[in-house]
Design a binder for this molecule. Structure first.
Ligand code: PBG
Length: 330
């Protein structure tokens, strides 16, 4: 049976009907808000390449978290900018490091807020790579196995400061297993792991470099992050992380990788997260500033599309801005 019996437009005639039949609804509880906490500042500082985003001093982080919670957001993911960097990333696992302090501040004021932490060494390494560097100049390599111990130590220090979920983002092989082993050994069996399983070597991280102050001093991240054209490899990365004990797996970036999100959702039964990264945020912000796009409508369309593709959780710099306009979390 076809036209004229079937008329697809019948069910689109009113806002109420459209709302009733909407297949995907974005909720505030789908969103995770990233926060950049800097040990180097005493006042909130705007991030130039990410309009509307700020680096936050430790003493203001609890207030910022309270504001985000009031907007209806249930979870934040923390990135730290330490005062000192070195070749061992020791501030990443310092019990009184920037992130460890920030977690305690947030949990002191907002115990119910789900605190996730980005577990990576790049912001803490003098060279800005996500792992331990061996050799010099053109010979330099990122030593996978030497990195694992530092990553595990960092995750344990976040858990002991009160993090609910640790999120390894360095794309070192074996990170999830190393972290799960270390957490369990230290009695953090209930701390969850969200792995950045399929993290691509993407140009869309560009604006983040200003926010995290962690661009690599030499070379690039292509020996550890994934090659952009590959989706089957992403399935292997995700499968390995699940076998190592990941509770949640992530695809990053999101918008140019909706096919990867969709395939991951069809294939795996763990929750899928997607990271709507800085460059995706920047495209909308820049176009809106030019008057070419309506910002909130564009942000909602993108976030809804990421959910439609299969994401159960979406990390986005738009989270706090759009949350008050969504279905409330509870
Ligand atoms: C660190 C890290 C990066 C991002 C999150 N964690 C930068 C990178 O890997 O180059 C990017 C986030 C964004 O662009 O919004 N490993």
């Amino acid at each position: 049976m076809d036209y004229p019996i079937v008329r697809m437009r019948r069910l689109r005639v009113s806002e109420h009907l459209r709302l009733m039949l909407r297949e995907t609804k974005l909720n505030a509880s789908d969103l995770v808000m990233p926060l950049f906490i800097s040990e180097k500042i005493t006042e909130k500082r705007p991030i130039e390449s990410m309009p509307g985003c700020f680096q936050i001093p430790i003493r203001e982080v609890a207030e910022e978290a309270a504001k985000i919670a009031r907007a209806g957001i249930l979870s934040v993911i923390l990135f730290g900018i330490p005062a000192k960097k070195n070749e061992k990333a020791s501030e990443a696992y310092n019990p009184d490091g920037v992130i460890q302090k920030a977690i305690r501040e947030i949990k002191g004021r907002q115990p119910q807020l789900v605190v996730m932490t980005d577990v990576c060494l790049c912001e803490y390494m003098s060279h800005g790579h996500c792992g331990v560097v061996r050799g010099e100049g053109g010979q330099a390599v990122i030593d996978n196995d030497a990195t694992l111990e530092l990553v595990a130590r960092t995750a344990v220090s976040h858990a002991s400061a009160g993090a609910d979920i640790v999120a390894p983002s360095g794309m070192m092989d074996g990170s999830v297993a190393a972290i799960r082993g270390a957490l369990d050994k230290e009695n953090f069996a209930m701390t969850a792991i969200m792995s950045y399983s399929a993290k691509y070597a993407s140009c869309f991280y560009g604006p983040f470099r200003d926010a995290g102050e962690s661009p690599p001093a030499f070379g690039d991240r292509r020996t550890y992050q994934m090659d952009v054209p590959n989706w089957r490899e992403a399935m292997r990365e995700i499968e390995l992380d699940i076998r190592e004990g990941a509770d949640i797996v992530m695809v990053k970036p999101a918008l140019a990788y909706l096919d990867v999100i969709c395939r991951a959702k069809q294939r795996f039964d763990v929750p899928i997260a997607a990271y709507n990264v800085s460059g995706e945020y920047g495209m909308i912000k820049a176009a809106a500033k030019m008057g070419w796009l309506e910002e909130r409508t564009a942000a909602m369309e993108v976030l809804t599309s990421i959910k439609r593709a299969g994401a159960d959780l979406i990390i986005s710099y738009f989270a706090a801005e759009v949350a008050p306009h969504l279905v409330p979390a509870a």
